[in-house]
Design a protein around this ligand. Structure first.
Ligand code: CMC
Length: 416
């Protein structure tokens, strides 16, 4: 294995160190490049730039594999709960029985918020405002109540409190009064109760729905250096607090090309149905370079093969729809869109496969989550990943994230 790359510029010889990852991903360390050569690198969209060394998750985009702390997603989904996965992602190892008990109990203990103050704020946000904007704002504001908390507890407070904020956002929209967390329920059953219970009626969480929610949250738990995670790391690097950094991550996630795609996929599938179900016409539209339309839920920056999360999400969607006895024309349509797209040379040549967002909205709809809350559910799932990256960035003592640019504006000039 070479440990340096050698190169010449205008007759001068230079060498730069090469660093290796666990799976022999090679990276040229260019941190001293400008100092020695006067050059910077140019990489719009950071397509080919490693911004950190990380040990949280790993994607093999060519093989279509995803590991959380070394464990394949296919094993985690069948053997772990979301709360165990959160522990794994935050701490690096799966918890033993005692560790899991203490972790879960602390999350339950911290499952409260300053309802009076938060409700006053919520009452002043227009009810029609998008839930992602509300959740991000409330998370940011909650920072103000967290200043005396020890860092290790801060992660558990956020894991406990984000579902409460999400549920409040939903209930405000539905005109329902807030409900407190139920300490006798597991994480996902409690989340469902905080969303869906209604006054004067006892709430029994449906185990099929709880299990489905568990799975979809796990599928989202981490995904290395995506846009929202990088946002969280960048904010943390300039010493922005955890809650505010996560709030910024949520704003990044909201984008339609990132986590906002789950809502956009269902809206697109509904449009296809409404317009007569002519899939070929929509595929042609997505291929037309003069048309800004893209087939939502297709393509990924890293996966150039099946997104393993999409494969699992498809099975989870089929399973929950069948077990709940729902008749959903959207699932059938989605499968047909996938089939037709994957027979088309445009999608094959560009290696555009369904991503996690292609089937996740169908799952959310089946368990009663409204369309504009889909990305909120993505945020609840991604939370352990965001927090682990914020924590890792601090432990690594990473420098502030501050890229360079190639300036193309005016030369220095004077005001006449
Ligand atoms: N439909 C049609 N064409 C596409 C699509 C699509 N969904 N995705 C990429 N392409 C084309 C694109 O037009 C470009 O073509 P050309 O080379 O001829 O200019 C080529 O494929 C490469 O696309 P890109 O935009 O350079 O690739 P990227 O890696 O920068 O973008 C992406 C990745 C996910 C933003 C993109 O595939 C996309 O816009 N997909 C639809 C939105 C979506 O589903 N987003 C969810 C991503 S997964 C969840 C998450 O982690 O956030």
């Amino acid at each position: 294995m070479c440990s340096f790359v050698n190169f010449n510029i205008n007759g001068s010889h230079y060498k730069l160190p090469v660093i290796y990852g666990t799976f022999y991903e090679k990276a040229i360390n260019i941190s001293k490049l400008r100092e020695s050569t006067g050059l910077i690198t140019f990489d719009p969209g950071l397509k080919n730039t490693g911004i950190t060394k990380s040990s949280i998750s790993f994607i093999d985009g060519e093989k279509g594999e995803l590991l959380y702390r070394g464990y394949p997603i296919e094993q985690i989904i069948n053997q772990c709960s979301f709360i165990e996965t959160s522990y794994l992602i935050l701490n690096g190892e799966l918890p033993n029985t005692a560790q899991l008990k203490s972790f879960s109990e602390k999350v339950k203990k911290f499952s409260f918020i300053h309802h009076k103050d938060i409700n006053k704020i919520l009452d002043n946000i227009p009810v029609f405002y998008h839930p992602m904007g509300i959740l991000s704002s409330l998370t940011y504001i909650l920072d103000a109540f967290m200043n005396s908390i020890q860092e290790e507890d801060l992660y558990l407070h956020l894991l406990a409190k984000l579902p409460i904020l999400a549920a409040l956002t939903y209930r405000k929209r539905m005109g329902l009064p807030p409900v407190c967390a139920d300490p006798y329920l597991d994480y996902t059953s409690n989340l469902l109760k905080m969303f869906f219970s209604v006054p004067n009626k006892s709430y029994e969480p449906n185990p099929i729905i709880s299990d489905t929610l568990n799975k979809i949250l796990i599928l989202h738990a981490d995904h290395e250096q995506n846009c929202s995670t990088t946002t969280v790391r960048l904010l943390g690097s300039v010493h922005v607090g955890l809650f505010s950094s996560i709030s910024a991550g949520m704003s990044a996630l909201w984008g339609k090309l990132h986590g906002g795609a789950n809502q956009a996929v269902i809206e697109m599938l509904e449009d296809i149905l409404k317009s007569g179900g002519n899939i070929k016409k929509w595929i042609e539209k997505a291929k037309n370079k003069k048309d800004p339309f893209r087939l939502m839920g297709f393509g990924h920056r890293i996966y150039k093969n099946f997104d393993p999360r999409a494969k699992i999400a498809k099975k989870v969607a089929e399973n929950v729809i069948q077990k709940l006895g729902i008749s959903d024309p959207i699932l059938k349509l989605a499968k047909n869109v996938e089939k037709k797209a994957l027979q088309d040379s445009y999608f094959l040549e560009k290696k555009l496969y369904p991503n996690i967002d292609f089937y996740s909205g169908i799952i959310y709809q089946a368990i009663g989550i409204p369309k504009d809350m889909f990305t909120v559910m993505f945020a609840l799932g991604r939370l352990p990943g965001w927090m682990a990256h914020w924590k890792e960035m601090k432990l690594n003592k990473e420098p502030i994230g501050r890229p360079r640019q190639v300036y193309t504006g005016y030369k220095k000039r004077n005001i006449k």
